[in-house]
Design a binder for this molecule. Structure first.
Ligand SMILES: C[S@@+](CC[C@H](N)C(=O)[O-])C[C@H]1O[C@@H](n2cnc3c(N)ncnc32)[C@H](O)[C@@H]1O
Length: 228
């Protein structure tokens, strides 16, 4: 399957719009920053940061996606990066942007550790999660043939509590938005009986080495969200 067939499908384009308009409502200091984007696909999120004056290093493990990134953004630093096998040294940037990628990893805890070393300020994380409370990491097999799946075939579904604990071990401040994007994959009521058991469900996290003041963020996992 060609990358454009996936990433420019109506589903993806709408999903991108809803996630990025949500990010823009969070009141975060995202203008004129240095940014490392991981698992960037073909770069449909990159202009969010470029248009805000950011200096962006874009990364992705798949050669076909990297070719598209390089032709789309010829002046950007585009790098091959497999988060399951990250380099010894971090790629430092004020902001690490990890949307839609953590659940495609075999070793998400190690990836969070590496991203925490790379981020000098904050990590913006959006991921599919498993429903329910408690710290669980479920394994999830994927096909590397799909341009948007795990390049190593092995993905995962962490619970929100698992993500929260891992972020807390690597960042001084862990926050959740009080809102979810206007998209059905982002439930607003996390009581068990309300959650779909089969479809993808997602959540957004903001972790930072320095305190963040935003009325859109709280320092504990919400049970009920509104939308923005
Ligand atoms: C669902 S797409 C997300 C693309 C984009 N970030 C977004 O949110 O729409 C997942 C991306 O993660 C990449 N990916 C898969 N395995 C990875 C790994 N081990 N390390 C880094 N990225 C990986 C895929 O190639 C794909 O581009």
């Amino acid at each position: 399957m060609r990358p454009h067939d996936i990433f420019w499908s109506p589903h993806y384009l709408r999903h991108n719009q809803r996630r990025q308009e949500h990010l823009a409502t969070l009141g975060l200091p995202l203008a004129n920053r240095t940014v490392l984007e991981v698992g960037a696909g073909i770069g449909d999120h990159t202009s969010f940061f470029l248009d805000r004056g950011c200096s962006v290093v874009v990364s992705e493990p798949r050669p076909a996606n990297l070719d598209i990134l390089r032709s789309r953004y010829p002046s950007l630093d585009v790098r091959a990066l497999d988060l399951d096998e990250p380099p010894d040294e971090p790629i430092t940037a004020e902001v690490v942007y990890c949307y839609g990628t953590l659940y495609h990893l075999e070793r998400p805890a190690a990836a969070i550790r590496w991203m925490a070393r790379s981020a000098t300020d904050m990590l913006l994380l959006e991921t599919c999660v498993a429903p329910g409370d408690g710290e669980r990491l479920e394994r999830f097999e994927e096909s590397r043939e799909n341009p948007d799946n795990a390049v190593n075939n092995h993905g995962c579904r962490p619970t929100r509590d698992w993500v929260w604990r891992e972020l807390g071990e690597n960042f001084a401040h862990v926050c959740a938005p009080t809102t979810q994007p206007w998209h059905e994959e982002f439930p607003t009521n996390w009581t068990d009986s309300e959650l779909p058991s089969r479809t993808l469900i997602r959540s957004v996290f903001v972790a930072s080495h320095t305190a963040i003041a935003s009325p859109s963020l709280v320092g504990e996992l919400p049970t009920v969200y509104t939308r923005s």
